[in-house]
Design a protein around this ligand. Sequence first.
Ligand SMILES: [Zn+2]
Ligand SMILES: [Zn+2]
Length: 348
Amino acid sequence: MYDTTYHILSHLWEALTAPLHPDADLYWGFLVCALVIAWFAWHLHLNPTPQPVGQSLRSFARRYFSKNLWWHRSAKVDYLLYFSNILLMPIVFTYVGFSQGHVESLFKHFITPSPLLPSPLPPIWLLLLFTIVFFVVYDLGRFIAHSLQHDIPFFWEFHKVHHSAEVLTPMTAFRVHPLDILIMNWVPTLLTGLTTAVFHHYIDPRIGFFTFFGLHVFVFLFNWIDHLRHWSVWVTYPHPLSNWLISPAHHQLHHSAEPEHWGCNRGYELALWDRLYGTLIVPPSLPPAFRLGLGDGSDGQWHCLSKIYFWPLTQSFKLLKNRARPNQNPSQKSALSTVNPPVSPPKP
Ligand SMILES: [Zn+2]
Ligand SMILES: [Zn+2]
């Protein structure tokens, strides 16, 4: 009993004090930086009527801090999920999570020790190389995981929770089913763990990457702008950068319920993976009109925490059960479809 209470209180405390920790997503420095970028984008580019600074600040606040947005029922669920997932995730990870350390130990278990290769680069260049390679592999891992979430119907049932958001605020980043978080962690952890193991095994057993406030330096830099991925301020990168990097507007299009946008822009920072996979849609410099949500008529049905946690579980296991029946009677299938109309996963 004491342990459970301690667990709950310490994790709630962690969630509440996140803005004070530079290695937390909600660190106040990242939030302020995102806010400044958002306002500049509004003032210089988006505001239809150029205004003096004070007036522009007021219209920005009216538009992007409105009660309709931040107190929308969909946004309230995002806040609840932030706290409830913080309590649940340590438990889930204990049973089905793994770390880079685990991957590295497994690698060592199967690969016989060998002498280190002579490094062709001075230590500082080697450090820079590892920093870049680690980040690219991490970003690729996140893209693969996100593509699995969209392309595999079983995983899509869990990822729907994130896409069911009817409004976007920076807290929508936390609107995720715990099993969706796991998928999102497994692939990058596996790839970065293998990459680290190869570097440690063959080149330098002590090599690390450049960090800033405990975060990978590139992750730290992208955190300055990444909160705008989930907010209605339309921030794009200038051409041709927008062909190569995923801007906040790229991700907002990813949340579009319009069929022509389904499954686009799955990347996090590098647009390369979407280019190769054929899912890149470069956003225009001004926001086009599009609806948010799943686009399947289920808006308004994702405002309850119990539905968010349990509905994906029942739907995904129904999918598994159907697959396990090889000679399924087609009439049975259509009956099931009528009870729970399936939502086709977004197409690549
Ligand atoms: Zn997605
Ligand atoms: Zn999102």
